[in-house]
Design a protein around this ligand. Structure first.
Ligand code: NAD
Length: 374
């Protein structure tokens, strides 16, 4: 797929996602020109975006105005959008617009918007096409790719949802210009994680560039984004429904590297910590754990602190009692039965499952997070 690129950046990159419902992920700058092709065949297009992004979304959707009835559905900011009530409001709006099975939902926003909008698209008429335009780094490298959609309930985060592959994804790095710096840095948590589980080149790029070089217009950020998306695509295509990997690879569960402790910390902090920040801490923790279990060498354990720290993410934590975190980890939906399971590395690029780790190793690894350096 090609579209005019009148700006000075390198040509756009199209990453193809195979599987039963193949689609393209385009990475570049100023990608609105791709939208008409991606919604081809639709008469109506509903653009779902947070209140604060309505103007930006309207500008982005301008190429659709000729030939389509475009409606913008404004939803609450961030996590407040991921509720059953907001989903109902969107369904009602689609009903009023007379939305048919050949019409298309476009999500424009962070992971909360792609999750909610993806879920609305998955459920309206049992599934209409959705095109994601992620506007946070986290949504570009993680939430928009892979087909997971969902909302939160009283019982917890992301407990209701559906697998619904998008019809296309536009990762327009120019949209990151307005993103607060802390949100960009938080997104780098998932990028560095991808480096550790699958792509040492990501780690080399992070090691060789200062954090302030990682700006939305920089070629290095673009390469990091493309590489992280490739990692996600490869893992997801090999294990579409999270049923498991082959040849000892944990499959899609590998993307959960660092996430077991991260989820527990997010909960202990009442979601007052950014996901990518919690993931950085969680990855340092599992590296320590793998080191203690004799699975990972000391230099790679140290590299976790070095590289998450280098992009500006936290690598120390002691704010919650370990017993509380342990209790939460035991009921994490990724645990099976009462046995704790962690994705660990045996070396960079080689994830594995560590089930039922030694409790002393767990405690010592947590203690090692408390403000030590190296
Ligand atoms: P977010 O969607 O909550 O967005 C954070 C804030 O940034 C919001 O207020 C948003 O309006 C604002 N924002 C977004 N883009 C902006 C821009 N370009 N300029 C200025 N402000 C902007 O946060 P997030 O980190 O993108 O996503 C987190 C969500 O993603 C969580 O709900 C998580 O569960 C979900 N997620 C889903 C998957 C998946 O596979 N489906 C993977 C990872 C995360």
């Amino acid at each position: 797929m090609t579209a005019p690129n009148p700006h000075e950046h390198a040509p756009d990159t199209t990453l193809h996602v195979g599987g039963a419902s193949p689609y393209d992920v385009v990475v570049g700058h100023h990608l609105a020109g791709y939208l008409p092709d991606m919604v081809a065949g639709a008469l109506r297009v509903a653009v779902i975006c947070a209140e604060s992004l309505v103007e930006l979304a309207q500008q982005f959707a301008e190429p659709l105005l000729e030939g389509h009835e475009v409606t913008v559905l404004a939803i609450p900011e961030g996590e407040d959008a991921k509720t059953a009530e907001v989903a109902v409001e969107c369904w009602e709006a689609l009903g009023e617009e007379g939305f048919t099975r050949s019409d298309v939902v476009v999500t424009f926003g962070g992971g909360a918007t792609t999750d909610l909008g993806g879920f609305v698209a998955a459920s309206w008429l049992r599934g209409v096409k959705v095109v994601h335009v992620p506007t946070t780094l986290l949504a570009m490298v993680d939430a928009a790719v892979g087909g997971k959609t969902g909302i939160n309930t009283g019982a917890g985060k992301n407990l209701v949802g559906a697998f619904h592959e998008p019809g296309g994804v536009l990762c327009d790095l120019a949209l990151l210009e307005t993103l607060p710096r802390e949100e960009l840095i938080a997104g780098l948590g998932e990028v560095v994680k991808c480096g550790f589980i699958a792509d040492p080149e990501i780690l080399r790029l992070v090691r060789e560039h200062d954090a302030d070089e990682l700006t939305p217009g920089s070629e290095v950020l673009r390469e990091l984004v493309e590489r992280a998306i490739r990692v996600k695509i490869d893992v997801v295509v090999a294990d579409l429904k999270e049923t498991g990997g082959v040849d000892g690879h944990p499959g899609r569960e590998a993307l959960n590297y660092g996430h077991t402790l991260a989820h527990a910390i997010e909960r202990a902090e009442d979601y007052g910590i950014r996901h990518g920040e919690a993931v950085a801490i969680g990855c340092v923790f599992v590296a320590e754990l793998a080191g203690r279990a004799g699975l990972l060498d000391a230099a790679t354990v140290a590299a976790h602190r070095e590289l998450f720290g280098k992009v500006g993410l936290p690598t120390t934590y002691d704010a919650a009692p370990f017993e509380d975190l342990l209790a939460t980890m035991r009921v994490d939906k990724k645990s099976r039965g009462a046995q704790l399971r962690f994705i660990v590395l045996t070396e960079v690029g080689r994830p594995a499952v560590l089930a039922g780790p030694d409790e002393e190793h767990l405690r010592a690894s947590y203690a090692a997070l408390a403000g030590v350096s190296g």
